[in-house]
Write a protein that binds this ligand. Structure first.
Ligand SMILES: [Zn+2]
Length: 191
């Protein structure tokens, strides 16, 4: 099965309120019985996380398997991605122009990725970055560009679940409500 993760990223959280929001989200997850309040050794790449609760099945579409691993909450500025692979294109928030990183034959297009790679580094350091679109020439906030397979999300709060069956839309709505109605995005991947 590998190690499969689903990360629910809060797109509206800002640095100042991540801890409060993380607590609200966790409180809701514990009250619903989806995870347990205690911390155990149950997540990859972190010392501890919250293991599945008695009502974990409420969160998933189909009970394909019983999740063995838990939840880790990320509360710092993070470039969330889908694990393996990489994006094949990005789309400009102004003109919807598509910047391809590869040719049809999957050869790297020289220079196409660099402005995005640099902007991602700047955003990681400062929380703010933009990329000028090669089509319309306008500068687009890095967080407003969209990516093939929704590969990236830039944010300050992420709920990362390891090795759970696919989450349901209702679960995402519930967590969004617990976060004050913030927009959330689900990112899935394998490590
Ligand atoms: Zn553009």
């Amino acid at each position: 099965m590998g190690n499969y993760f689903q990360t629910i990223v809060d797109l509206d959280a800002v640095h100042a309120d991540t801890r409060t929001l993380a607590a609200s989200g966790l409180d809701w997850l514990v009250r619903e019985g989806i995870v347990r309040a205690e911390l155990t050794d149950c997540v990859l790449g972190a010392p501890s996380g919250h293991p599945p609760g008695p009502s974990w099945a409420k969160a998933v579409d189909q009970e394909d398997w019983v999740p063995s691993d838990g939840l880790r909450i990320e509360t710092s500025r993070t470039v969330f991605d889908c694990g393996q692979g990489e994006p094949s294109f990005a789309v400009c928030p102004h003109c919807a122009g598509r910047v391809d990183f590869y040719t049809d034959r999957m050869e790297e297009i020289e220079g196409a990725w660099e402005p995005f790679g640099e902007a991602i580094n700047v955003w990681s350091d400062t929380g703010s970055a933009a990329v000028a679109c090669p089509y319309c020439r306008r500068s687009g906030d890095l967080t407003a560009w969209t990516w093939s397979d929704d590969y990236f999300a830039f944010g300050y709060l992420g709920f990362q679940f390891w090795d759970w069956p696919a989450f349901s839309a209702g679960f995402l709505e519930g967590l969004s409500r617990a976060l004050g109605g913030h927009r959330v995005v689900l990112m899935g991947g394998k490590l």
